[in-house]
Design a protein around this ligand. Structure first.
Ligand SMILES: [Zn+2]
Length: 229
């Protein structure tokens, strides 16, 4: 797949200004971060919830929480509010702080709520499907069970909550349906969404190895661990 020779590296093109994702409207938040690192590989998306509270928390609020942790700022790249609004968190091109051991190659999405006790609403599910599809189109991989995960697939946490985790397959299916309308175009040679990091990302799908995490997640209400910066 030929890459457009004039395309800037993603990081340079998107660092300050937010990123245009096909079919997705993202509300800019203009948050100020401490030092950030560029993410050089992107081959998966990890879904989170807030946990501990089912309140309609904003990206700005999470930003303050994570700054207080001593991190660079909000660890998620996107926050999906209760009304389905998608807010920008950490710049898309930056390494997130949302899933220990997986931040280097993943995008983190937080769907606001406590889905151990509450349900994600339809506005949130629809926005999440569009966002995941847009990210997949942008980075050049399809939404599947090998590319879209819940936090508990990797770490010992209940996140993204039982009620959302049980709907992850449905969310992937919805994303795939949207992805079919916005995904990489190949027929006309317009590969404007072709990823720049595709060669590096091939064959590196993460493994679901965290059985211990699932057990811990079912055992109670463990802290929502991010262990990033
Ligand atoms: Zn999480």
């Amino acid at each position: 797949m030929a890459l457009a020779p004039t395309a800037l590296p993603r990081a340079e093109a998107t660092w300050q200004t937010g990123t245009e994702l096909p079919g997705v409207q993202v509300v800019p938040t203009n948050l100020s971060f401490r030092e950030l690192e560029n993410r050089r590989v992107t081959d998966a998306i990890i879904v989170h919830h807030i946990g501990n509270t089912n309140a309609d928390v904003s990206a700005a609020t999470v930003h303050q929480w994570h700054l207080a942790n001593g991190w660079a700022g909000i660890g998620y790249h996107y926050v999906i509010r209760k009304d389905g609004t998608i807010e920008q968190g950490r710049p898309l091109s930056a390494v997130g702080a949302h899933c220990y051991g997986q931040n280097w190659h993943t995008v983190g999405i937080n769907i606001v709520g406590d889905f151990e006790v509450a349900q994600p609403n339809e506005a949130q599910m629809q926005s999440a499907a569009r966002l995941i599809a847009g990210l997949c189109a942008f980075y050049g991989f399809a939404p599947t069970h090998r590319t879209v995960f819940g936090h508990r697939d990797f770490n010992a946490t209940a996140c993204p909550g039982e009620n959302l985790y049980h709907r992850l397959g449905e969310l992937i299916d919805s994303s795939a349906a949207v992805f079919g309308t916005v995904g990489p175009r190949t027929a006309d040679g317009d590969n404007s969404f072709a990823p720049t990091d595709m060669p590096a990302s091939k064959g590196r799908a993460p493994q679901r190895t965290d059985q211990a995490g699932k057990t811990a997640g079912q055992a109670g209400r463990p802290l929502h661990q991010h262990l990033g910066k």
